[in-house]
Design a protein around this ligand. Sequence first.
Ligand code: FAD
Length: 452
Amino acid sequence: MKGPVITVVGGGLAGSEAAWQAARMGVSVHLYEMRPKCSSEVHKTGRLAELVCSNSLGTDRPDKAPGILKEDLRTLGSLIMQCADRFRVPAGQALAVDREMFSRAVTDALESRPEITIHREEVEKMPPEPVVVATGPVTSPAFSRVLLNLLGRDHLYFYDAVSPIISGETIDRLAVFAASRYEDGEGDYLNCPLTLQQYQEFREALRQAERVPYTVSEPRRFFEGCVPVEELAERGEETLRYGPMKPVGLRDPKTGKVPYAVVQLRSENREKTMYSPVGFQTRLLWGEQRRVFRMLPGLSHASFFRYGVMHRNIFIHSPSHLLPSLQQIDRRGRWFAGQMVGVEGYLESTAAGLVAGVNAALYARGLAPLLFPRETAVGALLDYVSSHEGPEFQPMNINFGLFPAETQGENGGRSKVERHRRIALRSRQGIEKVRRELERLIPELSMEECRT
Ligand SMILES: Cc1cc2nc3c(=O)[nH]c(=O)nc-3n(C[C@H](O)[C@H](O)[C@H](O)COP(=O)(O)OP(=O)(O)OC[C@H]3O[C@@H](n4cnc5c(N)ncnc54)[C@H](O)[C@@H]3O)c2cc1C
């Protein structure tokens, strides 16, 4: 291969997108994929960009956050979006695909690019730079050890233990009270107070609710600090009240008393548009989470930005290690991409692959990284993974809470629908600028569509 070259490790959604983007920028790519020789507990085929679970890529409505992300990706010539659009199957407003045809099309498109050489082998040590690491949530054990040595145990997570995230504007502020335990701090939490009867009904609902079944390879034992809330409910009548629903040190200003039990909601972002119940990691089915958590005072109309999940999911503490370009802070020739940077979802992983692929290719050509404004859906995700400041860092899907809030004047009494339309418009405008900038930097950028 002559000219600039990069290596991409992992031919999933992110790695495939990264390789495609670099190739269309005239950069040669060595793409390493361990399947079909070695597989993982979730993949079933040898094809690139295999969808490991659902065949739905989420809503395609342009006024919803996942729809805005799709538009960003289309504007930037995403291979994954081109193949998804070509092989979509009827699914209402969701973009669902024929999974076989979709991943076959991605594989064919990458195999037919002269710039890309695909190596079907497991990578067991870190390749030379420039390199994009996109080995996904079920990275092979050997390469997981490489990452562990590189980042340290404190910065590499092996399991998702995620509480749901609730839209701040759907919490009934009259039913909750702001306070920190023992009046420490400035009332940083919103507290949902429960009476004895409400507590008992809630606990019973948790116990009865339907859960995601465990797969054979999953552990049934979790660290004591992240036991699913429904399992705590099973352990005994008082377990929750001595655990995540502990009321001590929290006095309800309405009654002047300490409630029987409390669920604390902690804000997830600076703008306080997203809240999550503390210690409420769960494996309940998503519909059940909606039903059961809406029983809590203040949450009867809650809308959910993300549901709780618990599964094997390797991801790095990106705010400590990555720049918004997805470049490693202390190794500028190394990028991380996909679910492992702390995004959640097929298209979020694709977006991270696109950013890493474009920036690795720019680096290989001696150019500075491309900046994605936070007003765009891609930029909002990058901002979350590179600069999240909250107490916990957990994988996140695209949602309106990640976009910058409008200033008071701009917001002026607009309805939610109107605000979402404006967010979509700002993202469209921002991503157009990114596209033009990329075309300025790489005038010969291949605008070829995938033809397979
Ligand atoms: C069980 C499970 C179910 C999920 N279900 C959904 C869902 O329904 N909807 C949704 O939107 N998201 C889902 N996700 C989340 C996420 O969107 C997917 O995991 C997505 O595939 C992530 O894309 P990725 O490119 O980061 O990883 P992957 O698509 O997994 O790609 C990583 C690739 O790297 C390869 N690889 C790993 N180690 C090595 C190595 N050492 N050398 C070479 N190759 C290697 C793997 O074989 C794989 O092809 C799920 C995740 C999990 C774990």
